[in-house]
Design a protein around this ligand. Structure first.
Ligand SMILES: NC(=O)c1ccc[n+]([C@@H]2O[C@H](COP(=O)([O-])OP(=O)(O)OC[C@H]3O[C@@H](n4cnc5c(N)ncnc54)[C@H](O)[C@@H]3O)[C@@H](O)[C@H]2O)c1
Length: 278
């Protein structure tokens, strides 16, 4: 894949799944990569693979929800490579639980990582992306940023918010004439550790939820990364990853708010849940 030679790309949550695959594909495509994660072991595995490719790599522990650390990290990456062209705000976590039984702290944690992590990364790197003369912000939302699902209110909130934030940013960069492209990514089910790493409201069996996810996720992380990078090269505003994402997007657009009834009749009844009545 061409188009990334000499570019400096930052990938958060690069120790696993989509982030790891993105970092490796970027390195294969000639980019210099700054990778980070809270999982330092996973991060070291990604770093090893990038070194084997022969690409320059800077690996750091970074919690995307820690704003001050993110701001200092952006300075350090710019200092290390001399410029920054792209940020992939990818780090994310999942949580299952109906609103009725979710704790405030569970919802806040999802917003802190999945929404504020994206805002922190975008704001920390934006000045450097503008200064590079050829910048790109790539924010990972989800199909759950296009439609809502029972038990996913926290994750839905964060991913809808990422979509709104990123779509506004794209228009702002164009209106301001800044040399920064902006892409929102909506993956369908990707075969990663996300469900194994997820938490859930009391009474829900996370292993069972993960088993269900593993049976339905169809797209490999490598395929997802290649689709995302293809869209970045074409400066797409929105990228849907996987056939499931494309089908669901069409259903939502065709049915308007009517999709909610369809989801309740299918997914909603299939998904294990717990409420205060049980
Ligand atoms: N897998 C899917 O089906 C799917 C679908 C839609 C969207 N997504 C999104 O894709 C992104 C990547 O997820 P994935 O599927 O590769 O999951 P994953 O669990 O395999 O990888 C996520 C990585 O993010 C890291 N991380 C978690 N919290 C962090 C924090 N506070 N700071 C820094 N790193 C942190 C984890 O340690 C992990 O290495 C997430 O934003 C997720 O919401 C995934």
């Amino acid at each position: 894949m061409e188009g990334f030679a000499g570019k400096v790309a930052v990938v958060t949550g690069a120790g696993s799944g989509i982030g790891q695959a993105l970092a490796i594909e970027l390195a294969r495509s000639g980019a210099k990569v700054a990778i980070s994660d809270v999982d330092v072991e996973g991060l070291a595995r990604t770093e090893e693979q990038i070194k084997a490719i022969g690409a320059p790599v800077k690996a750091d522990r970074l919690d995307v929800s820690e704003r001050e650390a993110f701001l200092a990290y952006a300075e350090a990456v710019n200092e290390h490579f001399g410029k920054v062209n792209q940020i992939y705000n990818n780090a994310g976590i999942a949580f299952s639980g109906d609103v009725e039984v979710s704790q405030f702290k569970d919802i806040e944690r999802i917003m802190d990582v999945d929404f504020w992590g994206v805002v922190n990364g975008t704001k920390a790197f934006l000045p450097f992306l503008i200064a590079s003369g050829d910048g790109h912000v790539v924010n990972i939302s989800s199909v759950f940023g296009l439609f809502a699902v029972p038990s996913q209110s926290a994750y839905n909130s964060a991913k809808f918010a990422v979509r709104g934030f990123t779509e506004a940013l794209r228009q702002e960069m164009l209106l301001a004439g800044h040399p920064v492209k902006v892409t929102t990514v909506h993956p369908g089910g990707i075969k990663t550790a996300i469900a194994r790493n997820a938490t859930a409201a009391e009474g829900l069996n996370t292993a069972e939820l993960a088993d269900r996810f593993d049976k339905t996720a169809r797209t490999s992380p490598r395929r997802a990364a290649r689709i995302i990078l293809g869209a970045v090269r074409k400066n797409k505003a929105r990228v849907l990853v996987g056939a499931d994402a494309k089908i669901l997007d069409v259903i939502v657009r065709l049915t308007g708010s009517g999709y909610q009834r369809l989801i309740m009749q299918t997914l909603g009844r299939m998904t294990p849940r717990t409420t205060n009545k049980e």
